[in-house]
Design a protein around this ligand. Structure first.
Ligand SMILES: [Cu+2]
Length: 344
């Protein structure tokens, strides 16, 4: 029995030793934003306990709008109800082989895109299943008690119902507002809130882009940048659009630590509506610069098919992941129009 045990221990040591020595040679000590002192041997960066892996598809997120559960009050007001669950113990492969502890609203970073029409009553049932206190702070107009700042919602099942009227028209961020704020934001507790005007905007292929960064080694500098969380995703998986089709993108900058971010489009210019609050564009440009939580709506259409880059013109950000491609296909609608009007 003793002999058997010795053999098992010897084999275990052989199996463990190389890994252990590798780990020792690269072991580093970090102090997290919350003050914890931890050691890591490399790519696993966040020491927090993790229980499940986030599955996130930036291509699905891009055009996924959540209008809530709809009912109507006796005065005709539309009520939109949402259930949002916060968690802070998930792990996500943010880049091949790089795992990061993400804090999530409804399981993803960013959280769901919440969409309503101006004047709708929003009722958001917030459940905090995390281990820390969290809140939902919406940008926009609402009563003080609905601001998600002075009413921290405790973890392990704490609840709060946010209720307010969707106002004003535009694109707004929502995010957790518990201190230390940078820790709660950089881990992923944010999302987009769109308020549509009562008279619809022109029909368009609509998308959401959250510009974000990931500080995976806790030095208060981002190691990765992205549009919609996964670095280089839309470069490897181009966004397919058509010529002569109006494209409308709701852009929100949530990058922590860096004072500015920006968005440059190739081979084209776009109309820009800062915060989306006005229905008349303020600029016609191929480059906007945004501070944190600054946002707007961009609209454009391509005349010529082909591949076009879009990216941060802060080159450091694009080289660390914030770059993508529009693959513009020849519109079939154009063929129909040519047939109708007989161009040949
Ligand atoms: Cu939080």
């Amino acid at each position: 029995m003793i002999l058997l045990l010795s053999l098992v221990l010897a084999f275990s040591a052989i199996a463990i030793l190389p890994t252990f020595s590798d780990a020792q040679s690269t072991s580093k000590t970090f102090v997290t934003h919350s003050g914890a002192i931890i050691q890591t041997s490399g790519e696993v960066i966040d020491p927090l306990y993790t229980v499940s892996t986030v599955e996130f598809d930036p291509m699905v997120y891009l055009r996924d709008f959540n209008y809530g559960r709809v009912s109507q009050l006796s005065d005709g007001t539309i009520v939109r109800e949402f259930t949002i669950v916060a968690e802070d113990d998930k792990i996500m492969e943010v880049s091949p082989g790089v795992f990061y502890n993400v804090w999530t609203f409804n399981g993803t970073v960013p959280g769901p895109t919440i969409r309503a029409t101006e004047g709708d009553l929003l009722r958001i049932h917030f459940i905090n299943n995390g281990s820390k206190s969290h809140t939902m702070h919406f940008h926009g107009i609402h009563p003080a008690g609905m601001d998600g700042v002075f009413e921290p919602v405790g973890g392990n099942g704490g609840q709060f119902v946010y209720e307010f009227v969707a106002d004003p028209v535009g694109v707004h961020p929502y995010h957790c507002h518990v201190m230390p704020l940078e820790e709660h934001i950089v881990h992923g507790l944010y999302g987009v809130f769109i308020v549509d005007p009562k008279e619809d905007r022109l029909p368009a292929d609509e998308m959401v882009m959250v510009l974000n960064g990931l500080d995976t080694d806790f030095d208060t500098e981002n190691n990765f940048y992205a549009a919609n969380t996964i670095p280089f995703y839309y470069q490897h998986h181009p966004i397919q659009i058509d010529t002569d089709e109006l494209i409308r993108i709701y852009v929100v900058n949530m990058v922590e630590f860096d004072p500015i971010n920006n968005l440059h489009l190739h081979g084209n210019l776009y109309k820009y509506y800062p915060t989306g609050t006005d229905l008349v564009p303020s600029f016609y440009t191929d480059m906007i610069t945004l501070s944190q939580t600054e946002r707007g709506i961009i609209e454009f259409q391509y005349d010529y098919p082909g591949k076009y880059l879009f990216h941060a013109h802060k080159v450091e950000f694009s080289e660390k992941g914030w770059v993508g491609i529009f693959l513009v296909n020849e519109s079939t609608k154009q063929d129909v129009r040519e047939l109708e009007y007989g161009t040949q």
